[in-house]
Design a protein. Structure first.
Length: 330
């Protein structure tokens, strides 16, 4: 079994404790507009459809939209080019907010995780830190200076760029490659030992074009919420946004306006206000369901194609045209 260097393993364990100590700040006084709806349900699970503005979807254009959605919402893992997902139970902690707000957010995230097939468990070990701050860049500067491995896969000369806060809510992902009981954190400076079973297998196993026999998994996620940019949004919307962010690893979806509505357009000016959704959309849910049902060791291209097919099947009956009709046949 491959083992990470003892020093690095110790640094990781100590690092997480030190990060929480660094961020043990008094609870923020959040914007009143956001505080008003901490107990408002974040989901509209009973809503079976979503209205698309613009041209009516055909089977062809809906297919293109789902394929684009998968590309935008799934960042390829650095070693395997797979889509990363949770193998350990999803265990979020909200930091620097009142206890009732923290409980609301983390409960909603775990509820969504259970609904889409991600692993959950009570009493699990924290692996997602959601940090609320009105000085988010100062927090991430401290992380970059003291615990840069929490920024995820990057080279030293990229640290300043990678740690830059550019979004109202932003996440940094530590990913790993897992083969059975062996887990290796993705690190460009990792040097495999002579007996490491994965050292020659990062680009596939046995020449297979369908499977790596390995899986890309999340090890830890740090999320920063800029409290100066969330005024006017309910905690219900924030909880769903956070759920999408920590259950998948969106590529370019954050900051874009996708043809299929997504909660990740909530804070982007690229989307007209009327086109933004404030809870998980049917496309969001279909994507997450596909992500957590697809073969975890399949090659990335097969994973994406399978998820897109699941989304298309799920959305065909649910997406309506502006006139209330069903998607037109090709």
């Amino acid at each position: 079994m491959m083992r990470m260097a003892a020093g690095r393993a110790r640094a990781h364990r100590v690092g997480m404790a030190a990060l929480l100590l660094l961020l043990s700040l008094p609870a923020l006084s959040l914007p009143a507009a956001a505080q008003t709806a901490a107990d408002t349900p974040a989901t509209t699970d009973s809503t079976p459809t979503v209205t698309i503005t613009g041209n009516r979807f055909t089977v062809e254009t809906l297919t293109q939209a789902t394929e684009g959605f998968v590309q935008d919402h799934g960042h390829p893992s650095p070693r395997l080019n797979q889509l990363t997902r949770w193998e350990r139970p999803v265990c979020p902690q909200a930091i620097n907010v009142p206890a009732d707000v923290a409980a609301f957010l983390t409960t909603r995230i775990k509820t969504v995780a259970g609904q889409v097939g991600a692993p959950t468990r009570d009493g699990c070990k924290r692996n997602i830190e959601i940090i609320f701050s009105d000085t988010p860049q100062a927090v991430m500067d401290a992380v970059a200076d003291k615990r840069s491995f929490l920024l995820g896969y990057h080279f030293v000369n990229q640290t300043k760029t990678v740690s830059k806060v550019t979004q109202a809510i932003q996440a940094w992902y530590v990913t790993a490659v897992r083969d059975g009981a062996t887990t290796v954190v993705d690190d460009p400076y990792y040097v495999p030992g002579p007996n490491d079973p994965l050292k020659d297998q990062f680009h596939g196993n046995g020449g297979s074009r369908l499977s790596h026999d390995m899986t890309s998994v999340f090890d830890n996620i740090v999320v920063i919420v800029d409290t100066t940019k969330i005024e006017g949004e309910t905690f219900g919307s924030l909880a769903d946004y956070l759920a999408m962010l920590v259950l998948a690893q969106p590529a370019s979806a954050v900051g874009q306006c996708n043809p299929l509505p997504s909660i990740l357009s909530l804070f982007t000016d690229a989307c007209p206000s009327a086109q933004r959704v404030r809870s998980l959309s049917p496309a969001d849910k279909a994507y997450l369901e596909g992500l957590y049902s697809v073969a975890p060791d399949a090659v990335g291209s097969l994973q994406r194609a399978t998820i897109a097919t699941h989304m298309l099947d799920s959305l065909k009956a649910g997406v309506t045209a502006p006139d209330g009709g069903t998607p037109a046949a090709k």
